[in-house]
Design a protein around this ligand. Structure first.
Ligand SMILES: Nc1ncnc2c1ncn2[C@@H]1O[C@H](COP(=O)(O)OP(=O)(O)O)[C@@H](O)[C@H]1O
Ligand SMILES: [Mg+2]
Length: 203
């Protein structure tokens, strides 16, 4: 569940959730990620404007357990007005790692796995009337010990994606963002961390 907080200073309140000793360990187009040196949790923070779709997905992930998703502990959003159109968010989640850049073999294996996953996502995200059929086919053809979890992860992501597209009213403003940087690892397990992105909404 997302905690919604109206405050006179959204930026200051969001900042309070990030430990004073934390430093930036990651940067994307939409958010920055902070952690302390040996912290087992990270704090992903950013502006609300371009993250409504991501937060819709994260709030689903927060509610369920799935090996393909990060474990999310808290989602807080701060705004100076009660429509929550603008403001800041902080997502506290488990710390994951990138593909081990020491070994070229591991980096390559990660890339192959990401490509396969992205392909399966696109395959399943077809016309609404075909999606169910494609999900069934993907289930049959995908060989992994976590096949059920994978199908569930895809389903949750596609639902969040479709809901965001409807709510944001212009479907081209939301897309499945399946580049390698949005897949991290928990030891040998690939983890989908950031699969939905959103363009700046025009007003
Ligand atoms: N749970 C995490 N553990 C460790 N690093 C992370 C985690 N989540 C994100 N990062 C790092 O931060 C970067 C940006 O995160 P991401 O979720 O992709 O943000 P954005 O929404 O800006 O694209 C990632 O590429 C990764 O290096
Ligand atoms: Mg990203």
């Amino acid at each position: 569940m997302i905690q919604y907080i109206v405050t006179a200073d959204a930026h200051a309140e969001a900042k309070k959730l990030i430990p004073a000793k934390a430093h930036q360990i990651g940067k994307g187009e939409f958010a920055n990620v902070y952690a302390t040196k040996s912290g087992k949790r990270v704090f992903k923070a950013g502006k609300l404007e371009r993250n409504h779709a991501y937060l819709k997905w994260a709030s689903r992930v927060h509610e369920i357990k799935n090996v393909y998703f990060p474990k999310i502990f808290n989602i807080s959003v701060f705004s100076e007005s009660d429509d929550f159109e603008t403001g800041y968010f902080v997502v506290e989640m488990e710390r994951l790692t990138e593909a081990n850049s020491v070994s070229i073999v591991e980096v390559y294996a990660h890339k192959v796995e990401v490509d396969q996953l992205a392909h399966t996502f696109r395959f399943c995200n077809t016309k609404p009337e075909h999606t169910r059929e494609f999900m069934k086919r993907a289930y049959k053809t995908y060989s992994t010990k976590h096949r059920e979890s994978l199908m569930s992860a895809i389903q949750h992501t596609l639902i969040a994606y479709q809901q965001s597209s409807e709510e944001l009213n212009e479907s081209h403003n939301v897309w499945l963002d399946l580049h390698p940087g949005n897949f991290l690892r928990r030891n040998n397990q690939i983890v989908i961390t950031d699969p939905i992105a959103q363009r700046e909404l025009s007003v």
